[in-house]
Write a protein that binds this ligand. Structure first.
Ligand SMILES: [Zn+2]
Length: 264
C-alpha cells in the first residue's frame, strides 16, 4: 500500500484500512470505531481492537506479519472488543475494573474467551518496536486510566477517546472532573515537542494538534460558566446533557459533553 491509499478489508465490508504514514495504518470500522497498527522493524503496535465483529488478529495480519503488541487506550467495547483474538493486551491500571466488565458488542461467540488477559502499563513505560520506543502517557479524562501513546519518530500522538475532533464524552460513569481533564490536557502539552499530529480513537485520518488547545479552552469555559453562546445541550444515549462547543473537524463545532456534577 502507498501512503494515503485506502483499501476495503476483504473479509468485512465495514472495515477499511488507510495507510497514513510510512509505518502507521488507520483501521476504520464504519459502525464507528477506529484503531491503528504501527509497524516497527521488529514488532508492530496494535492500538485498540475496535468492536471485535471480525477476527481482528487476521485484520492486523493483512497489514503486517510482525509479532504484535496490543495496547487498549481504554476499556470501552469499541476499543477492546477484538481483544479475544489476541493472547494478551496492555491497558492503563485504572481501566482494569472496567476491562473485566466491558461490553463487547462484537465479541466472539465461538466459545473462545471474549477478551484476553490484560497487563498494566504506566506513565513513562515504553513499547519497543525495534527502530523506536513508543512512550506511554496517562490521561485521566473520558475514563480515569486512559493511555495516550507517543511516537516521536513519526511525530504522532495516539489519543484514544481522550482527545477527539468531533465530540469528547466527559459524562461516562467514570469520567473525571472538568478540572482534572484540563490538567491532563496541560500534561499532554508537556510532550508537544514530540508530535505534530493526532491519531484519535474515532478519527478518519490524522488530525491537527489544535484540538488540545481547543479542549483546554472548552474546559476553562465550562469552569467559568461563560460565555453563554459557547453552551448547548445534546441528546446522547437517551439523555439530555450539557455541552460546550469547540472548533473541531472540518471547521465544524465539536462538543465537549459533560455532566454538571463534574464541573469542579
Ligand atoms: Zn470510550
Amino acid at each position: 500500500m502507498n501512503i494515503n491509499e485506502k483499501i476495503r478489508y476483504e473479509k468485512d465490508e465495514h472495515l477499511t484500512i488507510l495507510r497514513v504514514t510510512e509505518s502507521a495504518y488507520l483501521i476504520e470500522d464504519d459502525r464507528n470505531a477506529t484503531a491503528y497498527v504501527v509497524t516497527g522493524t521488529q514488532r508492530a503496535l496494535v492500538v485498540d481492537t475496535c468492536f471485535g465483529y471480525e477476527n481482528y488478529a487476521e485484520v492486523v495480519a493483512s497489514i503486517t506479519d510482525l509479532p504484535t503488541i496490543v495496547v487498549n487506550t481504554h476499556a470501552h467495547g469499541d476499543h477492546c472488543g477484538g481483544n479475544g483474538y489476541f493472547e494478551k493486551s496492555y491497558i492503563g491500571e485504572a481501566e482494569l475494573p472496567q476491562y473485566e466488565n466491558a461490553t463487547r458488542p462484537g465479541a466472539r461467540t465461538d466459545g473462545a474467551p471474549a477478551a484476553c488477559p490484560a497487563e498494566v502499563l504506566h506513565e513513562g513505560d515504553t513499547i519497543d518496536l525495534g527502530d523506536r520506543k513508543i512512550e506511554v502517557i496517562h490521561f485521566a479524562g473520558h475514563t480515569p486510566g486512559a493511555l495516550c501513546l507517543l511516537d516521536r519518530k513519526e511525530r504522532i500522538l495516539y489519543t484514544g477517546d481522550s482527545i477527539l475532533g468531533r465530540t469528547v464524552y466527559l459524562f461516562m460513569q467514570n469520567s473525571v472532573s472538568v478540572s482534572e481533564m484540563k490538567k491532563s490536557l496541560l500534561h499532554i502539552k508537556e510532550f508537544s515537542d514530540g508530535f505534530d499530529q493526532l491519531a484519535t480513537g474515532h478519527g478518519r485520518t490524522l488530525d491537527p494538534v489544535t484540538y488540545i488547545d481547543a479542549l483546554i479552552d472548552a474546559c476553562d469555559t465550562i469552569l467559568a460558566g461563560a460565555p453563554a453562546d459557547r453552551f448547548g445541550t445534546i441528546e446522547v444515549h437517551g439523555m439530555t446533557l450539557p455541552c460546550c462547543y469547540y472548533p473541531g473537524e472540518n471547521d465544524m463545532q465539536a462538543t465537549l459533553i459533560y455532566r454538571e456534577d463534574l464541573v469542579r
